[in-house]
Design a protein around this ligand. Structure first.
Ligand code: TRP
Length: 332
């Protein structure tokens, strides 16, 4: 199904350090990471590799000991890029995925009323970072999505209570962003099974809410997820299946445009609109409801510095048949 080949993920260029700077705390989600399969391992001697393996196994077994779990979570999450075998090791070690799920479930009580502390948030985000590693590794992704074991089936659903929170404190924002990161890593695989699974859940309304009320960074990741879903034919068909669904999405996109988005966010918004314009009925609707600020010079500065985004916008204007605005843009 329409697997989008050759589409560089916009997040590949956004190194984890850029996220860290914005958050000013040791962040664990890895939207900026290269997919696991292209992640370069640092060259290690056989001796170092052996030691590294032993340390990995020791830390993973510490996850099963309650007094050692918090420190092991922090260490593994911090050094996750050093361990090529992290994801399969976590997945295959008996009881470890269950222990990680336990970490997640144990903070549900703190979500409503919102009483999650910064340190509890940090701890669960470290667990989420390990989930993300499992969800982005080629050997474990589909197992993660569709575990044979009933208890572990559909693990991403365990993150939805986090995405559903609205508290504005840093602890909650960090939790939402890290959970979005796990979903973002899943959709980055361009695997239609991921999309099929997500569409069977309520991911779109959750993303839309975050696109409406989140911080700039959360909005960006949520919009990225919607964009990735839309790229697949089943995603486009799902979102355009009813007028209510289409207008829910286009209204939120329009509101974000009116909120003066960053260039990075705007890029994802334009991609979403452009993809919607591939659908015949959505194209007709967009002719009416595409925001004026995308038809005039409002974002000229962003378009000048990002020619790819400008081309997408021009294509969008063509698709919806707004030739007047198209020619205005072509003048300069
Ligand atoms: N269950 C809702 C539906 O089927 C999910 C939903 C809410 C939704 N808002 C949406 C789906 C916007 C797509 C777009 O409509």
């Amino acid at each position: 199904m329409n697997a989008p080949t050759g589409q560089a993920s916009p997040f590949l260029s956004m190194g984890p350090s850029s996220v860290m700077i914005q958050q000013q705390q040791p962040m664990n989600y890895m939207m900026g990471d290269a997919p696991a399969q292209v992640q370069q391992q640092v060259e290690l001697s056989p001796m170092e590799q052996q030691l590294n393996q032993e340390r990995l196994h020791l830390l993973v077994s510490d996850l099963l000991i309650s007094e050692k779990r918090e420190a092991a979570l922090a260490e593994l999450s911090k050094d996750r890029e050093k361990f090529a075998q992290l994801a399969p090791t976590l997945w295959n070690a008996t009881g470890v995925m269950t222990a990680l799920l336990q970490e997640i479930v144990s903070v549900y009580d703190l979500l409503q009323p919102p009483t999650l502390s910064a340190s509890a948030s940090n701890r669960v985000c470290n667990a989420l970072a390990l989930f993300q590693s499992v969800s982005s590794h080629n050997d474990t992704r589909s197992l993660f999505l569709n575990a044979y074991n009933c208890l572990l089936a559909h693990i991403p659903l365990f993150l939805y209570p986090f995405l559903n929170t609205i508290a504005k404190t840093r602890a909650f924002e960090y939790l939402r962003l890290t959970s979005l990161g796990v979903i973002g890593a899943l959709v980055k695989s361009d695997d239609v099974e991921v999309i099929r699974f997500l569409l069977s859940t309520e991911i779109i309304p959750l993303c839309l809410r975050i696109m409406e009320t989140g911080t700039e960074l959360s909005k960006t990741v949520a919009t990225f997820i919607v964009q990735k879903i839309l790229i697949f034919q089943i995603g486009l068909t799902y979102i355009c299946a009813t007028p209510e669904r289409f207008y829910a999405v286009s209204t939120v996109l329009g509101n974000m445009v009116n909120d003066k988005p960053s260039a990075r966010l705007l890029k994802h918004i334009v991609r979403c609109y452009l993809r919607l314009s591939d659908h015949p009925r959505a194209k007709d609707a967009l002719r009416q409801c595409l925001p004026d600020s995308l038809r005039d010079k409002t974002f000229d500065k962003h378009f000048q510095s990002d020619q790819a985004m400008k081309r997408w916008l021009l294509q969008l204007l063509m698709n919806v048949g707004d030739y007047a605005s198209y020619h205005e843009f072509m003048k300069n």
